[in-house]
Ligand binder design. Sequence first.
Ligand code: NA7
Length: 534
Amino acid sequence: MAARYDVIVIGAGISGMYQLHRLRGLAVSVRVFEAGDGVGGTWYWNRYPGARFDSESWTYGYSFSDEILRDWEWSEHFAAQPETLRYCNFVADKFDLRRDIEFGCRIKAAVYDEAAGEWEIESEDGRRARARFLITAIGPLSAPTMPTIPGVESFRGEAYHTGRWPHEPVSFVGKRVAVIGTGATAVQAITEIAKTVGHLTVFQRTPNWCAPLHNSTIDAATQARIKATYPEIFARCRESFGCFIHDADPRKALEVSPEEREAFFAKLYREPGFGIWMGNFRDVLINEEANATITEFMRRKIRERVKDPVVAEKLIPTNHGFGTRRVPLESGYYEVYNQPNVRLVDLRETPIERITPAGVKTTDAEYEADMLIYATGFDAITGAFDRIDIRGGGGRRLREKWAEGPRTYLGLQIEGFPNLFTLVGPHNAATFCNIPRCIEQNVDWVTALIAYMRDRGHTRVEPTPEAERDWLEHVHDTGRRMLFTQVDSWMMGINSNVVGKDKRTFIVYAGGAPKYREKCDAVAAGGYVGFTFR
Ligand code: NA7
C-alpha cells in the first residue's frame, strides 16, 4: 500500500528544504524523499577536498527567515563545504524539517495515475507513495558521470568521483595521486590536494579560464555590517543578471581606452568572487571582439603565474573565450604547476587509452598512481530527470518527450505531466544563478500556485502546448546572443560520457533572473496565463 500525501517532494537539498517549509505554511501534508542520509543535496554529496562557495556566503544563504539571518554567522566570505553542510543542518534543526523527510530513499519511478489524479512514486528499495502534486527538487548537477574509458573497473588503488566523495577522511600524504578533469571541481580539489600530496598528475582535456577567488575570513565588524545590510544585499542580488552581488558594468569594453580597460581588468582580477565574470564590461559575454580583450588579459595572467612556458601554454584555453564556460575560481591553482611534484598531462596531445590496474595509460605512457580521482562532472540539469522513469498522462515518458532537448513552461511545468513542478529544472533561470536566490523565487511561485488551486478547488494544472512552445522560443531567443551557446560545455547539454549528449542543446535559461521573475510574476498576476486548470 502506498502512503498518501497532498504533496511529494523529491530531494532535500537547498530547494527541497525550503519547499517543505513553505508547504507546511499551507497546512497540506508533505513528504520529502531524499537519496542521501542527510539534508544538503550538493553540499551533502560534494565533500571533496577544497569544495567551497564561489558565491559570497552572505549572498548564498536563505533570505526568507530573519531568524536564520540573525542567528547564523558565516566564518569566511566563501565558505568551505563542511560549513555549508552545517548551515543546511542548522536550517533543518531550526524548522524541524527532518520529521517530514525520508532519508536513504532514491526515487526510481514517478507515474501519473490519470484516473486517480495522483502521482505515484517508487524508490529503489520498493517504497511507494502517492500525492496529488509532485515536486522535483533534484538539483541541476546531481547526477555524477564517470568517464567512459575502458578499464575503469580494473584499477587496483583507491578511486573516487568528487561528487561521491567518502565521508571518512582521505589522506594524500606520500601518495601518487592522479586527477582526471579540470573543471570548477577539479580546480578546487587539485589546489587542495597539491598541499600534501606525494606526487600529483593532472589529466587535462580542455583547460578552463580560471580567476582568483580571494577568499578571506569575516571579521567582527564586517559580520555586523553584513547582518545590518541583508535587505540591501538581497535587493542588489535580485536586480543582477545571475542574482550575484556582481552585476555587469554599464560600459562596453571597446568604448574605453586600452589603459582604462587594462586598469579595470586588473582591478577585477584583484577583487574577490565572480566580479570578473559577472561584473565585467556589459558586452564581454555577447560580443566576440569585446570578449577577446578580457581573454587576452587572462592569457597574460596565466603566462605570468606559471613558470614553465610550455606548461603555461597547455593551461591556456584555445577553443573558447573567457567566460563562455563556467569560470572556475581558484586559490593558487596556477602555482600548483610550479611545484616539482606536479605534472600536467595534455590529453589533446596524448589521449587516455585506458585505465590499467596500476594507473592511467595514454597514447604516450603509463602513469602509475595510488589514487585516481574522477573530477569528471555531471550529466547536467536533465541528467537527474533521466535517471527517474517519469511518466505523465497516458503513460508518456518524460525521457522521450525531452529526447531532442527539454520542453517546459517557465522551466517549472511540462505539458502532458499535470501537477508536476520542476524546481531548478531546465529552461529555468535557476540554472544560471546564485542558486538559492532563484530557488526561493521558484519555490515561492510554486507554493502560490498550489495555494491558488486549493482556494478555487482546482485539482489539476497543466500548461497548454502553445504556452510551452512560446517558452521554448523565448529560451532560444535569449540564449542566441550569448557567446556561451557557441561553445561545448555542460551548460549546453554536452557530456562526452553520456550517450546522446553530443549535440549542443539549450538546457539553461539565459535571459537573466530579473527577466525570468518578471515573466513568472506576469503569468501569476494574469490568473496563471498559459495553464489550464480542472
Ligand atoms: P565539469 O565542469 O563538467 O568538468 C568535468 C571535467 O572532466 C572537464 O574538465 C572535462 O573535460 C573532464 N572530463 C570529463 N570526462 C572526461 C574524460 N572521459 N576524459 C578526460 N576528461 C574528462 O564538472 P565539475 O564537477 O568540475 O563542475 C560542475 C559544476 O559544479 C561547476 O560548474 C559548478 O557550478 C559546480 P572537457 O571539458 O569535457 O574536455
